[in-house]
Every structure is written in structure tokens, then in C-alpha cells.
Design a protein around this ligand. Structure first.
Ligand code: XMP
Length: 587
């Protein structure tokens, strides 16, 4: 089905989010490479240029076919997309050093046709989400300035005659409440799109696609217990019947407490007749022993996954021509592994490492959900009648607890600074679109507002996160970061604290109010109590941006009480940082 709206990928982590938001409006949208020729876009009713980490002044930065801007097709440039549009049309783009990340106040200062089109139904001061370094200082000739913020003179611009529009902020994220209206104005009023998209109505078409792709072959899955692989597996069961669909769950030892039994129970309930559990706990643990670098851990896990998968494929003869490999890959997975042309390394997914890529290249892969977004997969799952406790599960990363158990070879003390204490651990953050590993600032009193936390993260670019000290067994200056690795003992400790947090947040109903709730183990403590716990409840729409959620005080104090009882735990912290600048996970 041809897309009505094409989103040109200028390397932004938000690129798929834009397409998903358009689909949420009931309009089919797809992502394409930024340099796609204008002629190939002539079938689209409108084009959006996404944000991205580059500066238009960087050599080799993403660009578009300039002919697009005079083709008469409506174009909306978002963030880098706006800067690129201004740059190509001889407006002026000003280079920035530190940039602006987080909430900003938008003043609708414009008037005229372009303003009326893009901001129809919106009035007054609006909160918007910013994530940029450079900015448009002067719009191109013929463009009106539609809106400003205290730091952006051209927060929105437009030319109704040329049907070209640009916004410096991100209308696609939940933290821009008026963003949905802006996108709807562009898609329906400016581009004239009509509603044509409903994922739940696609089940029969997907099943048909599975039968066609599989042809006479059977399908073999590595299932994770997550929503995506379970829905993909269920679709295959329905399309091909239980005898033609096998599933193996690899127990890496990096799973949460009770996970293997949960998965086994649900797959049996789905009617799976050939479901197997592969116990690979020792293999993963020994491969990870002594590794402390976060990206190295991810790499090892990816490699071991492929090794285990390869071994099973070979020993069970799944690689002969009677079988193909089914996967629960969803649409955004491709960009998050750097799969799109210009994306920085956002994360290293295990399902796109070299070994699997080879299978993909050989056409031995069936990915029935590869054009759907997470919420669309859930809608399909509901249509299939899957249990809510499966569909409503919080996302859990493929590398599992390994990336929630921080490791180090060094011994270091927290360092006193004006704002609190710098904890010398490496935690990942995403500024612009690049990943960085930096220490963490621990503060004693929790700021009243998120704005104060954002102000603190902007003021201290040397840290990636701000955590509040909920409780420590001794004054924090007496605690130390000590050499620590991924050992069975630490993983068991993390499993224990994670299970306590999950149990209590489920019973209190808190888990229904958050999108994900990672629990992280830090090697910060004393020789007797070597680790601390970080609680990271967040709210998000799809993990691409996130808001840190504050725990209700009574739940937090009960959690602290229980967690401090666990063997080896010296302290409890709460992560207060939004994404950006911090990622959801700590590695
Ligand atoms: P970050 O930490 O990048 O995470 O803000 C965004 C979302 O992705 C999940 N995540 C992963 N999922 N394999 C996965 O399947 C991975 O390697 C991985 N890393 C992060 C994370 O839990 C969050 O939901």
C-alpha cells in the first residue's frame, strides 16, 4: 500500500515516531531515505523531513533532493528538517554549541494563511519539546515566522504559496501537547490526506502474507516472552497451524525472576505444540565474566545469541530448505540498530547482528510485524484475543538484566560538588542523537518541578543523570564505587530487588501508571553491602522520549524498607531524569 505521507529520515531517533503519529491519525505513512529523489515522492500527498543529530554545516550531513522543495508537494521540516529547508532555500541557520534539550514555551506570534493552516485550532502559549543544537535565525524569502520561543527566533515558519513549513520543536512527542493538532493540520488540511489505515483490520492480510512467504516451509521462532515475538508467533500459529510452527526460548540467565515459567505457561496456553526452553545460562555468564564496558556487554550478548541460535538451527536442521526463521521485529527496530542510512548508534539490538543479517540476506526470515509499530502490534494482539497480562507487559530489553547491572574495574569515591555528589559510574545518555557514557549526580532533596531537574541537567553537562538519594545505610560520602562484575551473585541480587519492586508496584497499582520501570544495580556501597538500587519508573509513548515519574511517597518508603533488607544492598536512589538527556536504561 503506497504511503500518503513519506517521512524522510535525516538520522533522527524521532523519525519513526513521526510516521507512527501520522498512522495514529489513520493515515498510512512510511519512512524513506532522506535523499530519495523528488520524482519517487510524487505519489505522496505530503513529505516530512525528520530531525537528526547533524548540523547542516557538517560535511556529508543528510540532505534531500532540492527539487522536492519546488515540486508543489507539501513539505514539513522538523528540527534538523526545518534547518535543512532553511539552509537549502537560503535562509540562515545559526550554529549552536550546547543546544537546548527539554521543554520550552512557544509563543504563537504569526498570522496569515500559513499560520492559519499549521496552527488551526491552537491558541495561546504552548509547551513544546526541544532537542537541538543549531537553529534557524532567519527564514528563507517568502516565509513567515509563525512562532517563537525565548531561545528560538524561528520556532515555526511557513510559506502557504510554496506549501512549505518548518518547526524547530518536536510535534511528534507526547511532551508537545499541541503536536498532534499540528501534524493533523499538516496531513489533512495542507496535504489533503484521507483516513486509510487501521492495523487491527490487517490480521487476515498478515496471515495471508505469512502463508505466501512460508510457502511449503515451516517456521521456527526464538521467542522472548515479549509482546512482539508472542504476537508474531501467534499469527504464524493461526496461519500455518501448530505443527508447522516451532518455538525456542533461550534462557540467558539475564531474565527476571519467574520469567521462564511465565513464558512456558503462556505458550502452552496459545496451543503451541513445539515449544522448547534452551538453558544457556552458563554460556552467557562465562562469556560476560570480567566485561565492564556497556557496549562490550551488549556486543557479547548479541554474539552469544547468534551462537546459540546457530547451534540450535544446525542441530535441529532448521536451516534446511523446509524451515525459515520467524521474528517479532517491528518497524522501528531497523532505525534503532543504526539500520537507517544516517542514524547514529542508538542501541545495539541483538536481533540484527551479523549472523541474523546473513539469514535475512538469504531470505530465510519471516517478520510478519516488520511494518508495524508497538501500539499497532498490541492492537493486533487484542484482535487475536491474547491475554492482557501478556499484551500489557512493560517492555524488557533483549540483553536483559545484564544492562541493568553496572560493572566497573575501578575503585572510586563519590565526589562532593555544590549540587550534591557525583557518583563515578558510567551511565548512558542521549544528547542530540549520540550516546555518551557519563557519571551521575546524586542530590539530597528532590526538586519540586521537572523544570528544575532539566535546568540541573543543562547546567551540568558532565553528568548524564540526576538521581535523588532515597536512603543510604551510611552518609553517601562514606560509600564507594568498588570493582564489580556480572556474577551470578550480583544477578541474583538484582533479580531479588527487581522482583520486590515489581511485586509491590503491581499490588499498589503503580505499574499501570507507568510505561516501564527498570530497576538498576550500581556497584556503590561498602565492603559488606556492595551494591545500591536505582528505581527508574518512566512514562513514555514508545520509549523514544520519556518522562521520569516520581514514586508516591508511601510506596517509596515501603520499597526502601524492603530493599534495604536484601542482602548486600547499601542504598536506594530514584532516577529523576527525562529522556533526553538520559536514556531509559542505564547502559
Ligand atoms: P533506551 O535505554 O535506549 O531504551 O532509552 C529505549 C527502550 O528500548 C529498550 N531497549 C532495548 N530493547 N534490546 C531491546 O530489545 C536492546 O538492546 C535494548 N536496549 C534498550 C529499553 O528497555 C526501552 O524500552
Amino acid at each position: 500500500m503506497p504511503p500518503q505521507i513519506t517521512v524522510l529520515d535525516a538520522g533522527g531517533q524521532y523519525c519513526h515516531l513521526i510516521a507512527r503519529k501520522i498512522r495514529e491519525l489513520g493515515v498510512y505513512a512510511e519512512v524513506a531515505a532522506s535523499e530519495t529523489p523528488a520524482a519517487a515522492l510524487s505519489g505522496s500527498k505530503g513529505v516530512i523531513i525528520s530531525g537528526g543529530p547533524s548540523s547542516v554545516y557538517d560535511p556529508g550531513s543528510p540532505t534531500i533532493d532540492p527539487a522536492l522543495l519546488s515540486s508543489g508537494t507539501p513539505v514539513l521540516g522538523i528540527c534538523y528538517g526545518e534547518q535543512l529547508m532553511a539552509h537549502l532555500l537560503r535562509g540562515s541557520v545559526q550554529k549552536g554549541d550546547r543546544g537546548e534539550y527539554g521543554a520550552a514555551q512557544l509563543d504563537l506570534t504569526g498570522s496569515g494563511t500559513a499560520f492559519d493552516h499549521l496552527f488551526r485550532g491552537i491558541s495561546g502559549r504552548q509547551q513544546v519539546w526541544m532537542s537541538h543544537r543549531d537553529l534557524v535565525a532567519q527564514p528563507p524569502e517568502g516565509f513567515d515566522i509563525l512562532a517563537t520561543t525565548p531561545t528560538c527566533p524561528v520556532a515555526a515558519m511557513g510559506s502557504a504559496t510554496d506549501r512549505l513549513y518548518g518547526v524547530q520543536f518536536h510535534p511528534e512527542v507526547a511532551h508537545t501537547p499541541c503536536g498532534k493538532t499540528i501534524l493533523a493540520n499538516f496531513v489533512f488540511d495542507i496535504c489533503g490526506s484521507i483516513k486509510d489505515w487501521d492495523p487491527a483490520g490487517q490480521v487476515l492480510a498478515i496471515e495471508e502474507h505469512i502463508r505466501r512467504t512460508a510457502a511449503a516451509r515451516n517456521v521456527f521462532f526464538f521467542v522472548s516472552g515479549g509482546v512482539d515475538s508472542t504476537v508474531a508467533y501467534t499469527l504464524c500459529l493461526r496461519a500455518l497451524g501448530p505443527d508447522r510452527v516451532h518455538g525456542t526460548y533461550v534462557d540467558t540467565g539475564m531474565m527476571r525472576e519467574g520469567e521462564t515459567e511465565f513464558v512456558r505457561r503462556h505458550f502452552e496456553a496459545l496451543g503451541a505444540r513445539a515449544f522448547f526452553v534452551e538453558d544457556a545460562r552458563n554460556l552467557f555468564l562465562s562469556a560476560l565474566s570480567g566485561i565492564t564496558e556497556p557496549e562490550a556487554k551488549r556486543h557479547v550478548i548479541g554474539e552469544k545469541f547468534v551462537e546459540v541460535q546457530q547451534r540450535i538451527l544446525e542441530s535441529e536442521h532448521y536451516l534446511d530448505q523446509h524451515w525459515i526463521l520467524g521474528q517479532g521485529t517491528i518497524y522501528p527496530d531497523t532505525i534503532e540498530s543504526g539500520g537507517s542510512a544516517k542514524a547514529d548508534l542508538i542501541k545495539t539490538h541483538h536481533n540484527r547482528v551479523a549472523g541474523i543479517q546473513k539469514l535475512i540476506d538469504e531470505g530465510r526470515i519471516l517478520e510478519p510485524l516488520s511494518s508495524f509499530y508497538k501500539d499497532e502490534v498490541r492492537a493486533i494482539g487484542r484482535e487475536l484475543g491474547l491475554a492482557p497480562e501478556l499484551l500489557d507487559r512493560h517492555p524488557f530489553p533483549g540483553p536483559g538484566l545484564a544492562i541493568r547491572c553496572l560493572c566497573t574495574d575501578d575503585a572510586m569515591n563519590p565526589q562532593r560538588v555544590d549540587e550534591g555528589w557525583i557518583l563515578p559510574v558510567r551511565s548512558v545518555g542521549v544528547q542530540g542523537d549520540s550516546r555518551t557514557y557519563r557519571p551521575v549526580l546524586a542530590i539530597e532533596s528532590v526538586p519540586d518541578s521537572d523544570d528544575q531537574v532539566a535546568e540541573l541537567t543543562n547546567r551540568r553537562p558532565d553528568v548524564n543523570r540526576i538521581v535523588a538519594i532515597a536512603h543510604t545505610c551510611q552518609p553517601i560520602g562514606n560509600l564507594k564505587v568498588m570493582p564489580a562484575h556480572l556474577t551470578a551473585e550480583r544477578l541474583d541480587r538484582l533479580r531479588r530487588v527487581d522482583a520486590i519492586v515489581r511485586g509491590m508496584s503491581h499490588h499498589s497499582g503503580f505499574d499501570q501508571t507507568v510505561w516501564q520501570f527498570p530497576v538498576v544495580l550500581l556497584p556503590l556501597g561498602t565492603p559488606q553491602l556492595p551494591d545500591s538500587v536505582v528505581l527508574r519508573p518512566i512514562d513514555s509513548v514508545d520509549g523514544m522520549t520519556a518522562r521520569a515519574v516520581r514514586l508516591p511517597p508511601d510506596l517509596l518508603s515501603r520499597l526502601v524498607h524492603e530493599l534495604m533488607e536484601v542482602e548486600g544492598i547499601a542504598g536506594v536512589f530514584c532516577d529523576l531524569t527525562n529522556k533526553p538527556p538520559a536514556t531509559i536504561e542505564w547502559e
